[in-house]
Design a binder for this molecule. Structure first.
Ligand SMILES: [Zn+2]
Length: 283
């Protein structure tokens, strides 16, 4: 009996299913309640819904199928959602990667631009340094030329001499220590102004005998004493090497020589030897 019913049910189930789909669709939402009551008994089912037992069974089966389908649909939705999320995640990842790549490219571009700018700056700096060096060299050359042109030409006060007394030397001939440098040379040997300047004295000066003083451009005064004659007068302009007199023995002296003094600013005498050396001469 049960077997027969089951097979009958199976047989009718498929044939009824198609016809019932429309009814199910029409009863959507409320069918569940109706079906619940219908499955309690064939009489009730036919009474409340107007379905015969086989139809009710088919409806129940359809409901189960529908539930299964729904469940599968839900799974499909889950799957679909999962795949959508996965796709979204992939898209986001791709976008992120693209952004990173763009950023990386931008960073690289910036780095390249920076490197290029640095290289340009370095080149510019090098060019500037070269230009500066060239300018400096030129300026130095000009300064050297000016210095050479402006450098006071200097000569020793006489020739064919030997030094007989040095600066600050003590001796019986002087009241105080020696105030100059003595160049001993034969009588009549020319005495010359060591540098260009103006004659500020040409006269007898006590123990110094015949004395000439020349003031130079920097204010230094040089003096030449014990000479036998004057060859310049006060106010004369002289050049380095201009003859101002001759070797003599006037004033306090034991032999022919020129007593040479250097007086910075016309003040107290200093040692002529280092002064001459500073000016490139080695007496
Ligand atoms: Zn002297």
């Amino acid at each position: 009996m049960a077997k027969h019913r089951s097979s009958r049910r199976n047989a009718t189930r498929r044939t009824q299913l198609i016809g019932l789909t429309a009814a199910l669709a029409a009863a959507a939402g409320t069918t569940t309640v109706g079906l619940s009551s219908s499955v309690t008994g064939p009489a009730n089912a036919s009474g409340s819904t107007g379905l015969n037992p086989s139809q009710a069974d088919a409806l129940t089966a359809a409901r189960i199928d529908r539930r299964d389908l729904g469940s599968r649909d839900a799974s499909r939705i889950d799957l679909s959602l999962a795949s959508t999320r996965k796709a979204a995640a992939e898209t986001a990842a791709k976008q992120r990667a693209a952004r990173l790549a763009a950023n990386a490219t931008l960073t690289q571009r910036r780095a390249l631009a920076l490197a290029a700018a640095k290289a340009t700056a370095a080149k510019k700096a090098e060019a500037n340094a070269k230009a500066l060096a060239a300018a400096k060299k030129e300026a130095l050359a000009k300064a050297a030329a000016i210095k050479a042109a402006a450098a006071p030409k200097i000569v020793l006060p006489t020739t064919g001499y030997h030094l007989t007394a040095r600066f600050n030397q003590a001796g019986g001939r002087w009241a105080h220590n020696h105030t100059g440098l003595d160049f001993a040379a034969p009588m009549g040997t020319p005495v010359r102004s060591v540098m260009a300047g103006e004659v500020i004295q040409a006269d007898f000066e006590g123990a110094y005998g015949r004395q000439v003083k020349v003031r130079h451009a920097d204010g230094t005064v040089t003096s030449y004493s014990h000479m036998s004659e004057f060859d310049v007068s006060v106010g004369d302009s002289v050049e380095a090497g201009t003859m101002v007199g001759r070797i003599g023995m006037t004033g306090n002296t034991t032999g022919p020589h020129v007593h040479f003094e250097v007086l910075p600013g016309g003040g107290s005498p200093i040692d002529p030897e280092p002064w001459l050396r500073e000016h490139g001469l080695n007496p």
